[in-house]
Design a protein around this ligand. Structure first.
Ligand SMILES: [Zn+2]
Length: 330
C-alpha cells in the first residue's frame, strides 16, 4: 500500500536525524508499531471523533468575514456588543486568542484570572477578564465543540526549535507579536492565550497533558465584546503536537456589529511562515501495518485519511523519541 504523506520543511528538519539512519518507509513503520504497542487512551478509546457540520453561510450583515491563513494572525477591534466568531475551515485547527482593553492601556486578557473564575477549561458563559484591576473583556456566547484551554502558554520558537532543530520554527508567540506590532502594541504585551479547541487536562502529579485537536469543519466559538477590545486570533502554528493535526491550516473570522472603535497604528505585518513549503512523499506500507492505519483512521481522532493518520503516527513516535511521555501527549 502506497500513501502520499504531506510533510512541511520544519517537520522534515525534525525528522532529519532519524532519516539519516533509516528510510521514511521504515520510520513510518516504527511509528505504526509504536502506536500498536501503546495502551489505549481511556478518554478516546472506543469512541469516534465527532462529525463535522456545514460551514455557516456568508453573513451579508457581517462587518468582516475572512480566513486567517496559516502562518498569520488577525487583530480585530470590537466595540461593546460586537460578536466575533471563529470557525473551523479545515478539520482540527486550534487557534490562539489574545485580547486587550482599548480604552485602558495595559489591561490585557488574563488567562490565570479567567481560569480562577471559570476553571481550567471554558465554554459558553465564561467571561474573559483582564489583568488587575479586572475588567470584563468578552463573554463566550456560542460554542459548538468546546471546552477550550486556559492552561497552556502560546507555543514559542525556542520551545519548538529545541525539539525540531529549526532555528526559526513557526510559532504562536511571534504571530501574536507581529499582529500586535501592527496595532501599535509592544512585544511585551503578548500574554497567555485562550487556546480554542485545545483539549487539555492536569495529571494527578500536576503535569499538564493535551490531546490532538478534534474539532471539525464548521465548528465555531463566538465571543461578544463587553467593552471596546482588540482581539487577536491566530491559527496555532505548531506543526508538531497535533494542535493543528500536523498540518497548519486557516481559521475563519466573522465579525458582526458596528463600526470598529479603533484602527491599526503600526506598520503592516510581515508573515514569514505564511507559505511554508509542504512536500508530498510516497511511503509504502505492508498490508498488516496498512490495516492498522485504516483502523485508526476509522476512529477519526488522528486524521481522516490514511495518509494523515500515517503522518500522525510517525510524528507521535518522533515526539516519544524526544522524551515526551504518552500520558502528556495523549
Ligand atoms: Zn501554537
Amino acid at each position: 500500500v502506497v500513501l502520499t504523506l504531506r510533510l512541511d520543511d520544519q517537520q522534515l528538519t525534525a525528522l532529519a536525524p532519524l532519516r539519516a539512519a533509516a528510510t521514511l518507509d521504515e520510520l513510518v513503520a516504527r511509528g505504526i508499531d509504536h502506536d500498536r504497542a501503546r495502551p489505549p487512551d481511556p478518554a478516546r478509546a472506543g469512541r469516534r471523533r465527532p462529525p463535522g457540520r456545514s460551514p455557516s453561510p456568508p453573513d451579508p450583515d457581517a462587518r468582516l468575514d475572512q480566513h486567517v491563513e496559516a502562518g498569520t494572525a488577525l487583530g480585530v477591534a470590537l466595540g461593546a456588543g460586537d460578536v466575533l466568531r471563529v470557525e473551523q475551515v479545515v478539520d482540527g485547527q486550534c487557534a490562539d486568542v489574545n485580547a486587550f482593553a482599548l480604552a485602558a492601556a495595559g489591561q490585557r486578557f488574563d488567562a490565570a484570572r479567567t481560569r480562577a473564575a471559570h476553571g481550567l477549561r471554558v465554554t459558553t458563559g465564561a467571561v474573559l477578564v483582564s489583568t488587575a484591576p479586572e475588567l470584563e473583556l468578552a463573554e463566550i456566547v456560542g460554542d459548538s465543540a468546546g471546552p477550550h484551554d486556559l492552561c497552556f502558554p502560546a507555543c514559542s520558537a525556542a520551545e519548538l526549535g529545541a525539539l525540531s532543530g529549526c532555528a526559526d520554527h513557526s510559532n504562536c508567540v511571534d504571530l501574536q507579536r507581529e499582529a500586535q506590532r501592527h496595532w501599535g502594541l509592544a512585544a511585551a504585551a503578548q500574554h497567555d492565550p485562550l487556546n480554542l479547541w485545545l483539549l487539555s487536562d492536569v495529571l494527578p502529579d500536576g503535569r499538564l497533558c493535551y490531546w490532538p485537536a478534534a474539532c471539525r469543519v464548521g465548528d465555531f466559538v463566538e465571543l461578544r465584546a463587553l467593552r471596546d477590545v482588540l482581539v487577536v486570533v491566530n491559527p496555532c502554528a505548531s506543526d508538531l503536537f497535533g494542535s493543528a493535526q500536523w498540518e497548519l491550516g486557516p481559521v475563519r473570522v466573522v465579525v458582526r456589529g458596528g463600526p470598529p472603535p479603533a484602527q491599526p497604528t503600526g506598520p503592516a505585518p510581515r508573515w514569514r511562515w505564511r507559505d511554508l513549503p509542504v512536500r508530498e512523499i510516497h511511503v509504502e506500507l505492508d498490508p498488516d501495518r496498512a490495516a492498522h492505519v485504516r483502523a485508526v483512521r476509522e476512529s477519526g481522532w488522528l486524521g481522516l485519511t490514511d495518509a494523515a493518520v500515517a503522518r500522525a503516527l510517525l510524528l507521535r513516535w518522533w515526539e516519544h523519541e524526544q522524551g515526551i511521555p504518552p500520558e502528556v501527549s495523549r
